[in-house]
Design a protein around this ligand. Structure first.
Ligand code: BES
Ligand code: ZN
Ligand code: ZN
Length: 462
């Protein structure tokens, strides 16, 4: 993957001229007549986003590229992605030795194809982008790797990405950084993690529920806990989903993929934290072992939860994991990712993850970082007055609020009842891109990942 970015040492490469609506006219004026004619004949007006054209040079096999971006002075991560996808094999550099900056990420991602289940696919040679700031190469490659990890884990069907495979993915990442992994699974969860056990116990043995924990870093460093919802498939349980609602539910482990990817970035950049990753991984399946509407489960924390709807399973497994995250020592910061509610998608659409935080400067910090790195998030309120919607007449609380209002808020308030007394941010993410964009195929997608990592670098960076 690092072959896609290289330090610019003056090697042979084709030039990419970037123009925007403002600079196009001036740039065009400087071009020889025959190129201006070519541009006009192709109706290349420097307007449409990411439009590009090959410009022939003087000699044989001599050509460069012109491409329109929104703003040449503020490149986005995606402004070179279409080129990365479509240009022929070879090396490229931006005109005027301009550094591609954040656009390096899109360039890499554009060259990845998920072809695990395609019998045939076209092998395309590498398109290498030269950069004058080689220090960025590793950092960008890591962000790309983390993003692809999220996408690939989500795209992989449940038969090949069950709780067992989620565990294997965690072990693989842990191995690279000599992190410790501990897994509690199956019936062993019944005592300590009753909600994880209840949700996951209906699944086949190979997909037995488990709590996967990874620990890494110096013991005296600030504790960073990351938790992710790992529902390998969400059938809804006995409150079975309709076909349309179930169709994409292989993605319900998207939170665990985000959590693992964030952990990968933290370890890959060697952030000075004591990392504790917790992934409750289950399949919300239907069998004679299924938990039922009306069941009451006593959580790890001791709170009793009446099951109003077996489809509100994510908050149950997260409740036990969030409580565990604060048990030995209170974290400095607790981050969780979950494909928790359809309501978050209804409110904000698929591309903007709902963020909940119990601290204003934390929320502001992540939102700001997200804006800086082109990974926007939107804060939603943990509105105390809705907390009563979670009440149950016979248990401490219900797992699903009465009425169908403010679904992502009441879900976040449910989680809040299980967190330790520390800074906490929760992402209710869709984890899925419904329509492709350059560098971003339809399918699993990471949202809020780079925003959070950029914030962590600010908060803990050396
Ligand atoms: N995994 C779903 C949430 C979901 C649905 C995320 C669609 C993205 C797209 C979750 O487990 C769920 O089913 N939530 C229910 C909660 C309800 C039963 C209180 C929902 O959102 O409808
Ligand atoms: Zn569900
Ligand atoms: Zn779910």
């Amino acid at each position: 993957m690092t072959d896609l970015l290289k330090a610019d040492q003056g090697q042979d490469a084709r030039t990419i001229h970037l123009v925007d609506e403002d600079s196009f006219a001036d740039w065009k004026k400087e071009q020889p007549q025959r190129l201006r004619t070519l541009l006009d004949a192709n109706r290349y007006e420097g307007k449409q986003g990411y439009q590009w054209m090959v410009l022939p040079g003087e000699g044989e096999d001599d050509w460069s590229v012109v491409s329109t971006v929104a703003n040449v002075d503020e490149l986005s991560p995606w402004c070179l992605a279409k080129l990365g996808e479509e240009l022929p094999e070879g090396s490229y550099r931006l005109a005027g030795d301009k550094d591609p900056g954040p656009a390096k990420l899109g360039w890499i991602l554009a060259q990845n194809q998920y072809c695990r289940y395609k019998s045939e696919h076209e092998e395309r040679g590498d398109r290498t982008l030269l950069t004058s700031s080689p220090a960025d190469i590793d950092r960008t490659a890591l962000a790309a790797e983390a993003t692809l990890l999220v996408r690939d884990m989500i795209d992989t069907p449940t038969a090949d990405m069950g709780p067992d495979r989620i565990e294997a993915q965690v072990r693989e990442v842990a191995g690279r950084f000599s992190a410790e992994v501990e897994v509690i699974k199956g019936d062993a969860l019944e005592q300590g993690y009753p909600m994880i056990h209840a949700v996951g116990k209906a699944a086949a043995r190979a997909h037995a529920p488990r709590l996967i924990e990874l620990v890494w870093g110096k013991e005296d460093a600030p504790r960073l806990a990351i938790v992710g919802k790992g529902v390998a498939f969400d059938s809804g349980g006995l409150d079975i989903k309709a076909a349309s609602g179930m169709r994409l539910m292989k993605k319900d482990m998207g939170g665990s993929a985000h959590a693992l990817a964030l952990a990968l970035m933290v370890m890959g950049r060697n952030l000075p934290v004591r990392l504790h990753l917790l992934i409750p991984a289950v399949e919300n399946a239907i069998s004679e072992e299924s938990f039922r509407p009306g069941d009451i489960i006593k959580s790890r924390k001791g709170l009793t939860v009446e099951i109003d709807n077996t489809d509100a399973e994510g908050r149950l497994i997260l409740g036990d994991a969030l409580h565990k995250a604060g048990e030995e020592e209170t974290p400095d910061l607790l981050v969780d990712f979950a494909t928790l509610t359809g309501a978050a998608r209804v409110a904000l659409g698929p591309d903007l993850p709902a963020m909940f935080a119990n601290d204003d400067s934390l929320a502001h910090g992540i939102a700001t970082s997200g804006g800086n790195v082109g990974d926007d998030v939107w804060r939603m309120p943990l509105w105390d007055k809705y907390d009563e919607m979670l009440s149950s007449s016979i248990a401490d609380m219900s797992n699903s609020a009465q009425g169908s209002f403010a679904g992502c808020i009441t879900a976040a308030l449910f989680l809040r009842r299980f967190i330790p007394d520390c800074d906490w941010v929760h992402f209710d993410t869709f984890g899925w891109r419904p329509t492709a964009k350059p560098g971003r195929p339809k399918g699993g997608e990471a949202y809020g990942l780079r925003a959070t990592f950029a914030y962590l670098e600010e908060r803990y960076g050396q």
